[in-house]
Ligand binder design. Structure first.
Ligand code: NAD
Length: 358
């Protein structure tokens, strides 16, 4: 059955990098290895410019009826003075909540060819391949009550960290399902020595694990997890954690790889529908210059094939093509190192396409 992909380029470098990913999708369609239709719509600042709304109704409708969404990035200095509900990031947050994209997949992969880009020693990070599964729609970022109020003659700020069993269970299943497609090991990160919400988290993870006898489950306190990520990150396969812990750990893990232009991400619902995007922003400082690295977006397409479109074989072909291009020594400026050849956005996209055809 033909599947539908919503293409939402967004702002800044978004349209430049998404165009390179679409080139690959078009080739795979023409070649007969992908049966998809694509449709483009504005989001973020582009949505505001086109329809006065960072998430125009037509864009949301397209996202709802699609099997997967490819998003570039949103945001830019020209939109920063808009009222909060018109700002570009509202487009992103709106898509996440409207489509119940509760499972955020953040891989930290370091291609061996780029090991020098990390601030850690090459032997610690070369070949790194971790998947952090972060709960995205609950926890302390959304918990009530919350606020700032007067108490005992001074101001008092507070938030509530809470998870329902069903919320823990669904993110747990998401992580175990992913582990089944990878190294069959899940490390659940919590703070069960201090927090009741973590105690429940741990209990539910243990329960979910019983349905996945092939997957090994371990638990780690979040402070230790932060240390272990820096000390010996290759010990991890899949890490699953709450919204706030995941926010912090996934950025730390991303930085282990030293190259923000290389990392894709996914946000999934309970049925495998997902939004795929590079982890970086709209990079207004380099927008329009033709130098942005399109590889994170191209690798987002590979993730889309694996997790929403059920086509791991083509996903692997894309990942291998990226590897070949790096082997050839082609680099955009953000990952440039001595002895390599510097290329722009379009040349990098073309090189991946050629490698895919070979
Ligand atoms: P950013 O990720 O856009 O840029 C940080 C630095 O990394 C910049 O120097 C940029 O040039 C560089 N960079 C980013 N992506 C690159 C790529 N593909 N190739 C080469 N270099 C790249 O973060 P920022 O500067 O903090 O934010 C800029 C705008 O993006 C803001 O409006 C912010 O709100 C928005 N933003 C959006 C998202 C998103 O859409 N998911 C995420 C983060 C930030």
């Amino acid at each position: 059955m033909t599947q539908k992909i919503a293409i939402l380029p967004g702002d800044g470098i978004g349209p430049e990098i998404v165009a390179e990913a679409v080139k690959l999708i078009d080739f795979l369609k023409a070649e007969g290895s992908l049966d998809v239709i694509t449709e483009e719509a504005p989001v973020g600042g582009a949505g505001y410019d086109a329809a006065g709304d960072p998430l125009p109704e037509a864009t949301l409708k397209l996202a709802r009826e699609s099997d997967a969404i490819l998003l570039g990035a949103v945001g830019g200095p020209q939109y920063e003075s808009l009222p909060r509900d018109k700002r570009p990031e509202k487009g992103l947050l709106g898509l996440r909540s409207e489509l119940t994209l509760f499972s955020n997949l953040r891989p930290a992969i370091l291609y061996p060819q780029l090991a020098d880009a990390s601030s850690l020693k090459a032997e610690i990070v070369a070949g790194l391949d971790i998947m952090i599964v972060r709960e995205l729609t609950g926890g302390i970022y959304f918990g009530a009550p919350r606020g700032i109020e007067d108490r005992n003659g001074e101001r008092y700020g507070y938030n509530t960290a809470g998870y329902a069993e069903s919320e823990i269970e669904r993110i747990g299943r998401s992580a175990f399902d992913i582990a089944m497609k990878r190294g069959k090991s899940v490390c659940s990160v919590d703070k069960a020595n201090v927090l009741e919400v973590s105690e429940l988290w741990r209990e539910v993870m243990e329960r979910v694990a019983k349905d996945y006898p092939e997957v090994e489950l371990s638990h780690m306190y979040v402070d230790n997890a932060a240390m272990q990520l820096v000390k010996w990150p290759k010990q991890f396969d899949v890490m699953v954690t709450s919204n706030m812990f995941g926010d912090i750990l996934s950025d730390a893990a991303a930085m282990l790889t030293g190259s923000i232009g290389m990392l894709p991400s996914a946000s999934l619902d309970a049925n495998g529908k997902g939004m795929y995007e590079p982890i970086h922003g709209s990079a207004p400082d380099i927008a329009g210059k033709g130098v942005a690295n399109p590889l994170a977006t191209i690798l987002s397409v590979a993730m889309m094939l694996r997790y929403s479109l059920n086509n791991s074989a083509v996903a692997e072909r894309i990942e291998n093509a990226v590897g070949k291009v790096l082997d050839k020594g082609l680099r955009t400026p953000d990952i440039m190192s001595e002895g390599c050849e510097e290329v722009g956005t379009v040349a990098m996209g073309d090189a991946v396409l050629e490698a895919l055809k070979a």
